[in-house]
Design a protein around this ligand. Sequence first.
Ligand SMILES: Cc1cc2nc3c(=O)[nH]c(=O)nc-3n(C[C@H](O)[C@H](O)[C@H](O)COP(=O)(O)OP(=O)(O)OC[C@H]3O[C@@H](n4cnc5c(N)ncnc54)[C@H](O)[C@@H]3O)c2cc1C
Length: 418
Amino acid sequence: MKFDSVIIGGGLSGLLCGLRLARAGRHCAIISSGQSALHFSSGSLDLLGALPDGSVVENPVEAVKALSEQAPEHPYSKIGVERFGALADEAAALLSEAGGKVEGTSLQNHYRLTPMGTFKPTWLTMDGYVRSDNRVLAWKHVALFNAEGFLDFYPQFIADELRKTGIECELHTFNMAALETVRRNPTEMRSSNIARIFDCDENLDELARIIKAEMGDCEAVLLPALLGIERTDGVARLAEKTGRPVAIVATLPPSVNGIRMQRALHHAFEQAGGTYFLGDTAVGCERQGDKITALYTVNHGNIPFVADDYVLATGSYFSRGLVAEHDCIKEPLFGLDVEAAAERSGWYDRNFFEKQAFEGFGIKTDKTLHGLCGGERIANLYVVGAGLAGFNPLAEGCGAGVSMLTALHAADCILNKQ
Ligand SMILES: Cc1cc2nc3c(=O)[nH]c(=O)nc-3n(C[C@H](O)[C@H](O)[C@H](O)COP(=O)(O)OP(=O)(O)OC[C@H]3O[C@@H](n4cnc5c(N)ncnc54)[C@H](O)[C@@H]3O)c2cc1C
């Protein structure tokens, strides 16, 4: 099978890279094993929340110069300080336009409400979620509803934290006949299954009636993020029917809105002419000199994927883009060079809450994100996303940003080469 570009991994980075290349007229394929980090998303996408030295970042565009001085090997430093803001804006526009509507700006972080009830800085928040410009809720009195028996959401934690900031927060549960079909087996009471119930207007309208009857004189209604897996108007419809502002709060995984964003990007990629091989895994390659000449997958056996360029977007440990063995950390598909501490004792801090070194390990590249093997650049292989070396997604609050910006940067490098 011959393509212009083959992307391995169909999470946020693979999809954005593919979308950009396909829209530019490249004949593109994405091969992806399965779930991505988007299925576990908080509903917000981080760009830059802190510098490597720990200083808090409010304006990512302003802070990226200091970042590149502190961390010259950071993916943002490779992209270039001058390109950072434009690529961030382009990535946000591409997401919104593909159907994953998001709010936020690269010039000022805002705050998202976590499932634990605390506020964390972030860049883009998916439509409908609680967000704040100053770590304080916009309302003084809220009613927080949860589905009876839904255990992946802790209203009490959220209420306790909100009350500490002077917010009056009342807790309610709701039940309805449609929930019984899911509740028959308690392990099925997961956000993605409940959300399907609210894809039906009738069930959403029944929820609106229940809320209206119980919400009292609260200023706004908060709900876990499970208002429909297909629909995007769940929050707006509830607000209209109840006559109060409605906002959603992230649940524990799976993430209904993250799944929806994954689907929207997948759909946009196919609309742009791309081919998505879902449920297939790349397992081997052929290489001649400094070029990959063929890629093999589980489902296609000895039929090779042949392309001018290959993009590795297989994520980090979570998606097996990086594999930690007892004494080394490997990139399993191409055997690319990996940046990691040689001694296992240098991988982690025993204090769980400290910055963990292993989070910063990953695949080495040159400035144009070419993968390296034995120190030699592979001329037609680019690496993007969570598997890259040089950044710490948790400590620096930059996970999604690195995935999105490196995806667009690699796409530019491929297109500029033409
Ligand atoms: C659980 C979790 C939750 C996160 N939540 C957030 C968040 O809320 N906000 C935020 O800013 N950041 C978050 N992050 C950081 C996250 O890394 C990025 O946001 C981003 O979504 C990662 O996208 P990616 O495409 O680089 O990698 P991934 O999303 O990991 O995608 C990699 C894909 O490659 C596929 N794959 C792997 N190996 C192969 C192979 N050999 N062949 C074919 N396919 C393969 C995998 O199946 C997967 O679909 C989270 C990370 C994790 C692990």
